[in-house]
Design a protein around this ligand. Sequence first.
Ligand code: CUA
Length: 162
Amino acid sequence: MKVDLYERVWLWVAGALIFGFLSIIVVSSVVHAIHPPSHVETVDPTTVRTETEFANPGVFKQADGSTLIVMVAAMYTFSPETMVVPAGEPVRFRITSPDVIHGFQIAGTNANATIIPGYVSEFSVVFPEEGEYLVLCNEYCGRSHHMMQATFIARRTEGATP
Ligand code: CUA
């Protein structure tokens, strides 16, 4: 079967484009750990601040030595606003919102989640270095959206891998 030269060229170009796009997906998921959200858990936003774990947000050491952070994102504050967290080890987050959609981005890490009322956003992140990390709401949520921020102070704990 004879395939015209131009047709062959375009077949190779199309094949190369497909390969290129697939490579971008593989590199971003393997190298940069960018994944679609996979955790679906619902919660009643009207009682979330009184009757659930989100009534007492904070940093919790788990029995296995890992760290769990429970947070509430609400107009226009994160609770808690300042937290000390371990550096160099995975920290698990559970966050929800009682009012509107907020963003949760930790500058200097790959943590970037959307906080939706009625849902619990759960993910893990490693604070790579000791120091201060700024959390920003990156989803417009109202008049004082630009004021909505929090701070993590990451410190190395004993036994953590350097
Ligand atoms: Cu919360 Cu913008």
